[in-house]
Design a protein. Structure first.
Length: 105
């Protein structure tokens, strides 16, 4: 195990502070993790809105860039005043390239 793997393992062990995995190999994996985070918190999303905002929205971040997406949330099929905020940063490293930050606000 090289030093980069040790660092990634250490940082992923710290995820107890977070309720989701922080580092991902793909942009899609990071977005899927954020959507699961919302479900765990008791919210749902509209798949058409997710497709529009993520699929047709900003492209995945290039090296050293960040992409932000805000997805409306629902509870019991009623729109909430909160949204799922997803920020994905491309760390420009081999392996787990994308760093996810997500929260509900």
């Amino acid at each position: 195990m090289d030093i980069l793997d040790k660092i990634n393992n250490h940082l992923n062990e710290r995820k107890s502070k977070f309720d989701y995995e922080i580092y991902h190999k793909s942009y899609t994996s990071a977005v899927d993790t954020a959507l699961r985070y919302a479900e765990v918190k008791g919210y749902t999303t509209d798949s058409d809105e997710v497709t529009t905002l993520v699929g047709f929205g900003p492209k995945k971040p290039s090296r050293g860039k960040t992409v932000q997406v805000h997805i409306p949330l629902y509870k019991n099929d009623k729109p909430q005043r909160k949204a799922l905020h997803i920020t994905v940063y491309n760390r420009d490293v081999d392996g787990n390239t994308y760093e996810l930050t997500t929260y509900i606000l």
